[in-house]
Every structure is written in structure tokens, then in C-alpha cells.
Design a binder for this molecule. Structure first.
Ligand code: ACO
Length: 160
């Protein structure tokens, strides 16, 4: 039997204060390089999702310009994946961007991240660009996922 999904009401999503410790254990699930994370995380608003007092997910919003924000990092604790939390976090990010009066929200993922490409399109993002060789040029180690090399960044956009 399929496990009961987690409802949005079960999660408490809050923005971290600048003085709060960053949830690197989660951030590193989405982005394997701390060096890469540190290039955007201090200029992002990081939101954490708590379930019964335990932080099990997070996402980071980075302002691109006056009308666009990017989800730079989104992650759910491995033991809680596949229960609908990622969908709740994506929809929460979309709502936050709308409330700020923004026009577009973007997210980038690797060409090999087939599940993520499925999920982002399912919540309404459309492919709007490809940054060829982004991962080859910005990461020291080759990334292999789903049996293929992660080379290109696929950029997806949702109009708000
Ligand atoms: N592989 C296959 N399918 C997936 C994957 C995946 N990696 N992620 C989500 N899906 C599918 C689910 O099966 C589900 O399908 P269904 O609606 O048909 O049942 C659907 O997408 C929604 O899944 P959720 O349960 O809402 O997503 P989840 O809670 O697992 O969170 C997330 C998705 C954030 C991608 C999570 O799996 C995760 O943390 N993965 C590792 C980190 C990662 O890859 N982060 C994104 C990198 S890109 C970036 O950060 C900008």
C-alpha cells in the first residue's frame, strides 16, 4: 500500500535568521560541493521545513533581479523523500515569490536529474534554457547520475 503523503499543514516552514546555523547536511544532498553552496547561500533566504520539531527539508531563494528569484537549492531528508514534501516546498517557494510581487521563479538542475526534471514540470515549471557544460566547468569531480554524466544545467521557469 502506498504510504500516506505528508500534508502541508504537518510542516512548519520558516525563514532562517542570518545568525542561524545553515542546514549543510540537507543543502549538500542537493548540491555536492560546499564550495559551490557557499557562493550563493549567504545571499539567499534559506527556508527550513520542520516536521514534529525535526528539520527535514529546506530551500534557498536567491534574488536574480527585480522580477525574478531562483530556487538555488531544495532538499528533503532522504528518509522523508517521496512523501510529497518536495512538492509542498516548491509550491511554498512559488507562493513566497508571488507575495513578493515577483514575475518569475526559476530553478536549475542537471541533465541527468530525471526525477527532478519530472517534478519541476509537474508543478508548472517549463524548460527555458540550457547552460551547456555548467557542471563540467564548475565541479571538480565528474557527477554520474541515472547512468549518465551530469554536464549541462537545465533551467526551468514558472511565470507567476
Ligand atoms: N527521482 C525520481 N522521482 C522523483 C525524484 C527523484 N529524484 N524526486 C521527486 N520525484 C517524483 C516523485 O516520485 C513524485 O512522483 P509522483 O507525484 O508521481 O508520485 C514526485 O516527483 C513528487 O515527489 P515529492 O515526494 O513531492 O518530492 P520529494 O519530497 O522527494 O522532494 C526532492 C524532491 C527535493 C528533489 C528530493 O527528492 C531531494 O531532496 N532529492 C535530493 C536532492 C536534490 O536532488 N535536490 C534538487 C537539486 S536541484 C536544486 O537544488 C536547485
Amino acid at each position: 500500500m502506498k504510504e500516506k503523503p505528508i500534508a502541508a499543514n504537518d510542516l512548519v516552514i520558516t525563514a532562517l535568521e542570518k545568525t542561524d546555523a545553515l542546514p549543510y547536511d540537507l543543502l549538500l544532498i542537493a548540491d555536492p560541493s560546499k564550495h559551490a553552496i557557499d557562493k550563493y547561500i549567504f545571499d539567499s533566504i534559506v527556508y527550513k521545513a520542520d516536521l514534529k520539531g525535526r528539520t527535514i527539508g529546506c530551500y534557498a531563494l536567491f534574488g536574480i533581479d527585480h522580477e525574478t528569484v531562483e530556487i538555488k537549492n531544495i532538499a528533503v531528508d532522504e528518509s522523508f523523500q517521496g512523501k510529497g514534501i518536495g512538492t509542498i516546498l516548491l509550491n511554498d517557494a512559488v507562493e513566497k515569490a508571488k507575495l513578493k510581487g515577483l514575475k518569475k521563479i526559476i530553478i536549475g538542475t542537471g541533465n541527468s536529474s530525471v526525477g527532478q526534471l519530472y517534478l519541476y514540470q509537474k508543478v508548472g515549471f517549463r524548460i527555458t534554457g540550457i547552460e551547456r557544460d555548467f557542471f563540467k566547468e564548475n565541479y571538480d569531480e565528474p557527477i554520474i547520475e541515472n547512468g549518465i554524466e551530469c554536464r549541462d544545467m537545465i533551467v526551468l521557469t514558472k511565470e507567476l
